[in-house]
Each structure stands twice: as structure tokens, then as C-alpha cells.
Design a protein around this ligand. Structure first.
Ligand SMILES: [Zn+2]
Length: 331
């Protein structure tokens, strides 16, 4: 056994210890404990496979968001959400769809690998699943460009690759996955008001239903990011006026419209934190670029969930209420 082999063996022993000692406590664990366990798995796989941990964390976060949006796959039993279909895992001609024998799976050309050294390749085992994904990526190479190509081959969708890349940038920048804070989109000490109006007929702008919550506030009230995330879109739209779209780490797209202007340092690709100012309240929209004043100044705030094929709007009002309350308790 060369030195790399010994290292791998030692890590496998550690992983086995980590994964087998934590199963019982699954129920009552805090978010901090779950984050710690995930981070340990990502870092261990980074050491074993050389695939940067923030990419593994990003894929896992993307798949966790997908699990919320979809009901056509079995939910993960561990802390890792990366999904392989039973057929891909065991191999096309494998008669046993639940096969966990690593050697047999290999003979049938299944993708499933044994990540924790117990001879089993179990798609319900965190280390096995993460190792399988990392090894798949590592066959393409280790820099961002190669990883993006590997991800495109795996998911066959540009938007998925873009979302995962955004997650990876955020995790790399903050060097942690414990990024769960939120902020209310306008500072609480400004005058503002909002009601639950999701799905209502629009007061202006035609027949589409109202996909969001309107927060009424004076011109140039600061507009803040509500989550950690990446600016996916910035610019003018005939209806939305000056608007910004931010993708958070749950794959949720946050849409801020009718802005008066943008914060100076905000560009597509910028990373934002909860509470960081991205622009200001205005009344832009419903006309050619620069049109404003056709309605009272307000922030239109919408959120959209991604299910791996498409995105749909859901009601931001309950989240807004809870962020507002939490922030009020803090101050
Ligand atoms: Zn609106």
C-alpha cells in the first residue's frame, strides 16, 4: 500500500466511525450538529478524491432543495441528499434493483461505489453516495471548468449547473455551510406596510395573478437581501422595472422589482448576505427603461422554487412575517 492508499484507508475508518455513531441521534439533532457532520463528510471526501469540498457541498445543497420541490424520489435517510436512481446505482442489467454488493454492482456497470470501506455500495449510505458523486466528478478533472462540464453531463441542464456553481461560490467564500440566517427586505425602523396579496388580481398591469407580496415604503428606503445567495439577474424589465434576482442556497429565487436604483457593488454573480443592501425602493416599471411613477413606490418581492425542470411562484408572505418577527426579537 502506497502512502495515498494508507491515507485513504485511514479516512475510510474515520468515515465509518462518523457515519455509524450518528445514526441513532438523527431525530433530536440541531442544525449546527447536522452542519458539522455534513462538513466532515465533504472535507473527508475532498481529501480522498481531491474534489473541492465546496463543490460537493453545493451539489448536496442543490439536491436538498430539489427534494423539497419534488415527490418522485425517496427521501434521504442520512444527512446527504445527493440522489442516484436505483437503476443507475446498480447497473442496467442488474436483476437486483436494491443490490448493495459493491463488486456485483461494478460487474453490472452500476455507478454505485463503496465510500466507507465496508464492501457495500449502499445508495442510502451518506459516505457511499458522496464518494460516488466525487469519483464521477474526478474523472473529468478538478478545476471549476471541468467540474461544470461533469455537472452538465450528469444533470443535462444549464440552469442546474448555474445554481450549483452559485452555491459553490458562496460556500467557498464563507468557508462554512452554516449559512441559514434571514433578514426582512427593508430595515424595520423605516415606515413600511404590507398585506398578504399573493394570487390576487393585479391592481395594475393586466391579468396575470400577483406573484408576490408588495411592501409599500417611501422612495429610497433601502432594499436588503433576505438570504445568503448569488445575484442571478440585474437589469430592466418592462413590468418589473429595475429588478434584481437572487438565488439562495435552497435554490429559491428571490425577485425584487420596481427598484429606484441598485447598490453600487451589486452585479450579476455578486454574493450577498442577509441584510446587505442591494438597492432602494422605487416605482420603476410599466414602460420603457427608466419609466417610474405609474404607481406608488413599493418593493415587489416574489419567490420561486426550482424543481430541476422549471420554477414556480409561491407565497412569500409567511416567510416575510417570520423574518420580521425574528428580527424584531433580536433588536
Ligand atoms: Zn407586486
Amino acid at each position: 500500500m502506497n502512502s495515498k492508499g494508507i491515507l485513504r484507508f485511514l479516512l475510510i475508518v474515520c468515515l465509518f466511525f462518523v457515519t455509524t455513531t450518528s445514526v441513532d441521534a438523527q431525530e433530536e439533532r440541531t442544525q449546527d450538529e447536522i452542519d458539522l457532520e455534513r462538513m466532515q463528510l465533504y472535507k473527508d471526501m475532498d481529501t480522498v478524491t481531491q474534489v473541492p469540498w465546496h463543490w460537493l457541498a453545493a451539489i448536496d445543497a442543490y439536491e436538498r432543495g430539489l427534494n423539497v420541490a419534488r415527490n418522485d424520489r425517496d427521501k434521504p435517510t442520512g444527512v446527504i441528499s445527493i440522489y442516484f436512481s436505483p437503476r443507475d446505482w446498480v447497473g442496467a442489467l442488474n436483476p437486483d434493483l436494491e443490490d448493495t454488493d459493491a463488486d456485483r454492482i461494478s460487474v453490472f456497470g452500476g455507478i454505485g461505489l463503496d465510500g466507507d470501506g465496508d464492501g457495500q455500495a449502499d445508495r442510502h449510505n451518506d459516505a457511499d453516495v458522496l464518494y460516488t458523486m466525487a469519483r464521477k466528478l474526478s474523472t473529468y478533472g478538478f478545476d471549476d471548468e471541468n467540474i461544470r462540464i461533469a455537472l452538465w453531463d450528469h444533470y443535462q441542464r444549464d440552469q442546474t449547473v448555474r445554481i450549483i456553481h452559485g452555491h459553490a461560490n458562496v460556500f467557498e467564500k464563507f468557508q462554512t455551510i452554516a449559512l441559514h440566517d434571514n433578514a426582512f427586505p427593508v430595515p424595520l425602523h423605516y415606515n413600511y406596510s404590507y398585506r398578504s396579496t399573493w394570487g390576487a388580481k393585479r391592481g395594475w398591469g393586466g391579468r396575470r395573478i400577483h406573484e408576490g407580496t408588495d411592501i409599500f415604503a417611501g422612495y429610497s428606503t433601502p432594499v436588503r437581501a433576505t438570504t445568503y445567495g448569488t445575484v442571478e439577474l440585474k437589469g430592466w424589465n418592462e413590468y418589473g422595472g429595475w429588478r434584481i434576482g437572487i438565488r439562495d442556497l435552497d435554490n429559491i429565487y428571490h425577485y425584487y422589482a420596481h427598484l429606484h436604483g441598485f447598490a453600487e457593488d451589486i452585479e450579476e454573480g455578486s454574493i450577498v448576505t442577509p441584510g446587505s443592501v442591494i438597492g432602494s425602493v422605487g416605482s420603476s416599471g410599466y414602460g420603457k427603461p427608466g419609466t417610474q411613477g405609474k404607481f406608488p413606490p413599493h418593493l415587489h418581492y416574489g419567490i420561486y422554487r426550482d424543481n430541476g425542470y422549471t420554477e414556480w411562484s409561491f407565497d412569500p408572505y409567511p416567510k416575510l412575517r417570520s423574518w420580521e418577527q425574528k428580527e424584531r426579537q433580536k433588536s
